[in-house]
Design a protein around this ligand. Structure first.
Ligand code: TXA
Ligand code: MG
Length: 343
């Protein structure tokens, strides 16, 4: 199969929508990361997503809709009133909410669960595609299973060339990390995966929010997972990755010691303001602040692979605000190998 890249325009949305209605899978931009979309009501089409990604069948997909009036096609019963408030505050946007599953959604989408994850993306290209298809669109991130999520159409092409017919190239993803996954079926609502909508933003609307313990540590032997995706190795670069936290000067010291003692192709990931601490060494900027870090992280991890780096040393950020999502992804990429250099 040839994989065609198209720019977003009325004709390309129409072409992509036709493919989706024929049961095909297309790559498309959202504000978080690129998605691999198919008709969420077509079981055979949904199975093609799993094949294209090499994704385990027990890891459920997110269903994307264009507006709140479409939610009754995908969930069972009414939205709890706290979920309605969250929808008013943060939809469209980088928030996925988990509800009881509606009958129109085949169990292939939810990996047999009786719940369904739903998101209204804010990206105008994603909106245009869903509206043109007139279907809810099931979509995971458009990477091969285990690789960093794609934040550009080029990333999608690297992973999906020959596997899907079409990719809509909408430029760089705004947020750069996947959506916040929030179980809203009962109170307190529970963050299963941190993202652009932070625990504080959620608490501001509903008062209390829990964060799943597995967000900032590896799963324990035999631990049941609330969000099946969390149990898989994810985002991992090919080289080894160590994260160092603490005061900037001490972090730099610890990183330099490890870097200088390491053979082979090596690289340091650091905040823009700290680059001068690593002079004379191979260092890659993660940007000026946690927001820029979120935006660049997956591209940086892919870049490390492209450069054949086999040892990566990264600065940490405070696990506050968007920093929680950054540290969750970075931590998982490093199998939670985090060194404390001290304050
Ligand atoms: O930003 C995003 O969320 C992107 C864009 C394309 O929307 N999508 C994305 O999908 O990241 P994916 O499949 O890579 O991650 C979905 C996560 C997985 O960790 C999955 O286990 C979890 O959501 N999930 C989906 N349905 C669930 C459910 N019913 N219960 C618990 N977790 C669920
Ligand atoms: Mg993913």
């Amino acid at each position: 199969m040839n994989t065609k890249m198209v720019i977003p325009c009325a004709a390309s949305f129409e072409e992509a929508a036709q493919l989706i209605n024929m049961g095909e899978v297309v790559g498309f931009p959202t504000e978080t990361v690129y998605g691999l979309g198919a008709d969420a009501t077509n079981e055979e089409a949904v199975k093609k997503i799993f094949r294209a990604k090499g994704r385990p069948g027990d890891n459920p997909l997110i269903v994307h809709i264009a507006s709140l009036s479409d939610i009754h096609n995908v969930i069972y019963g009414e939205m709890p009133e706290w979920a309605q408030k969250l929808a008013e505050a943060y939809w469209p946007g980088p928030l996925t909410m988990i509800f009881d599953k509606g009958e129109n959604i085949p169990s292939a989408v939810t990996a047999g669960l009786d719940s369904v994850a739903v998101r209204i993306p804010g990206n105008t290209d994603a909106q245009a595609l869903i509206r043109a298809a007139r279907k809810p669109i099931a979509a995971p991130s458009a990477n091969l299973s285990g690789r960093p999520s794609p934040t550009t159409a080029k990333h999608v092409f690297e992973d999906m060339n020959g596997r899907i017919p079409l990719i809509i190239d909408g430029g760089e993803s705004d947020v750069g990390l996947e959506s916040t996954v929030l179980d809203v079926r009962t109170l307190p609502v529970k963050v299963l995966r941190p993202g652009g909508v932070t625990p504080k933003m959620i608490a501001d609307v509903v008062g209390e929010v829990e964060v799943a313990g597995s967000v900032m540590r590896p799963l324990k032997e035999g631990e049941t997972v609330l969000s099946p995706g969390m149990k898989y190795k994810h985002y991992a670069p090919e080289g080894s990755l160590v994260i160092v936290k603490g005061a900037a000067e001490k972090v730099a010291h610890a990183i330099i010691d490890m870097y200088d003692a390491t053979e082979g192709e090596k690289c340091i990931l650091a905040l823009e303001g700290n680059l001068s601490l690593y002079e004379g060494r191979n260092v890659f900027s993660l940007g000026k602040n946690p927001e820029e870090m979120a935006h660049r992280l997956f591209d940086a991890l892919r870049e490390m692979d492209a450069r054949g780096i086999n040892a990566i040393f990264s600065e940490a950020v405070d696990a506050e605000g968007i920093g929680l999502a950054v540290m969750n992804r970075l931590g998982r990429a490093a199998a939670f190998h985090i060194v404390d250099a001290g304050e």
